[in-house]
Design a protein around this ligand. Structure first.
Ligand SMILES: CC(C)(COP(=O)(O)OP(=O)(O)OC[C@H]1O[C@@H](n2cnc3c(N)ncnc32)[C@H](O)[C@@H]1OP(=O)(O)O)[C@@H](O)C(=O)NCCC(=O)NCCS
Length: 170
């Protein structure tokens, strides 16, 4: 495999499949039919992982948007270290999936690493305190926790990683 990342632009997404379950079908449906529209409306930026060794097949994608977190939603020990601002600036990794054709080959980790790198680059110009992800199920939540993401106290499916922590791991 020879994986490169590109902004989504005119790529053929019609055959992309990340899984058979209802959540994966919803994710794939959004990627195939709504991702371009969401980009045009400035609701999300979408990036695709391309395998140069497989006819430039799309082997994964992720989407990024700005986001804000209510101070009351983050764990008390972290909130205490922050000024009493109403909202904490964040970046949202809204959707992320690898194709079933590359299952078990570590593409998920490459997708997370590229998304985090891109967010840290942007954070030089627009402050980002935390990176937020929405995991569709318990397995996906554990996948994100393996990179240091921490579940929000009131929602195990929504997790965050402090940008400072991600920057130290760079
Ligand atoms: C989450 C994800 C990106 C992780 O990708 P990855 O790290 O490359 O790992 P893979 O999914 O390829 O799978 C690694 C192993 O876990 C298994 N696995 C994958 N999803 C699983 C699930 N929901 N439950 C249990 N095991 C699962 C795979 O079968 C594989 O096992 P194998 O190596 O024995 O075949 C990927 O599973 C994915 O795209 N899933 C569909 C969409 C999704 O869940 N996105 C997460 C954000 S909502």
């Amino acid at each position: 495999m020879n994986i490169i990342f590109q902004p989504l632009k005119g790529h053929d997404r019609s055959a992309f499949t990340s899984g058979d379950d209802a959540d994966s079908r919803a994710l794939d449906g959004w990627f195939r039919k709504a991702a371009s529209q969401d980009q045009k409306r400035n609701l999300a930026r979408v990036f695709v992982a391309i395998d140069r060794d497989a006819g430039d097949a799309i082997v994964g994608f992720y989407s990024l948007s700005t986001f804000s977190i209510a101070l009351g939603d983050i764990p008390e020990d972290l909130a205490r270290k922050l000024p009493r601002h109403d909202a904490i600036p964040a970046a949202l990794m809204g959707r992320l999936a690898r194709a079933t054709s590359v299952r078990g080959q570590g593409i998920g980790e490459l997708l997370v690493a590229d998304a985090v790198r891109r967010i840290l680059d942007v954070s030089e110009s627009v402050a980002v305190h935390a990176i937020v992800v929405d995991a569709k199920n318990e397995w996906a939540s554990r996948f994100y926790q393996s990179f240091g993401f921490i579940p929000f106290p009131d929602s195990a499916k929504r997790l965050f990683l402090l940008a400072a922590t991600a920057r130290r791991a760079r």
